[in-house]
Design a protein. Sequence first.
Lengths: 221, 115
Amino acid sequence: MHQTFDAALEINLLHANQAGAEENRRHFEDWGITCFNIMSSPGAGKTVLLERTLEALSPKLKIAVIEGDMTTELDAERLRQYHVPVIAINTGRSCHLDSKMVSGGIHRLAHEYNPSEFDLVLVENVGNLVCPAEFEVGEHQKVALLSVTEGEDKPLKYPVMFQEADCLLITKIDLAPYLDIDLQRIEDNVRQMNPNVTIIPVSAKTKVGLEDWLAWIEKQL
Amino acid sequence: MHETDMTKALIMTVRDWYESQPEQPQIQTIHLIVGQFTCVEPASLQFAFEVQTRNSFLENAALAIQETPLIAFCHPCQKEYHPQMGQQYACPDCQNPMEDIRSGRELKVDRIEYA
């Protein structure tokens, strides 16, 4: 009969991703860049929010986009109209970006441009409320979007995403009058697990709330 | 879905340990701790592990997953409580938000049994 042994490891499963995220963040900091990780379910309005953001800020800030939410080049094409570098990452069938993929994007940015010229890098994550919350990519701030059509209960059902967010944009609020949605309940639900999150209701269509979002961005730089 | 990636990370972590041993041991069981307040589903992880370790040094290894419950500490009440996942995260007594998670965020390789 042979003996069995035990080895205590106590190693976090996300250790490798975390180390990569910290390295990405160091690069950003060396170049004086602030990075946001923008996350939501598919169709909450990440790309249109980026369009409105680039339209307003690209004349005064040097911005680059790392685009993970693409099954096609469609999103990237939409954003290139604003004359900013859009680095499309081939995520394949991945359900989230990880720090290694974003590192590839950062190297392309550094290779094709002078990274020290940039102020802000916006990472558009893959549309998914579950996985992206667990994989840091090197961001300084996590931005989550929740559209009014998704329902007040989503923060309760996908708590990790909403607990981690530094800023929550409640999007498509121009549709709120047509729905039985209680914006206050969304806020209350999120604050149960994340009392200090900044919550900004916006509409990319009517531009309501956009000023608050832009002001929040400028405060992070 | 990302259980595939988590499993890759798990295999890499164990491989690092395995290769650092003076003699390559026969790994019997990997003990993993998965918190309830993570985005990992133990059943999917178990399945991904089975598929991804075929024909590898972990072919005959078992994965034992211990789930830890979500436990928060309420500072105003000075006591622990169990938030109701999907329904209520604030303290049931004083409604203070869930700020201090004491258990449920774990995602780690705890220990390895080998011969």
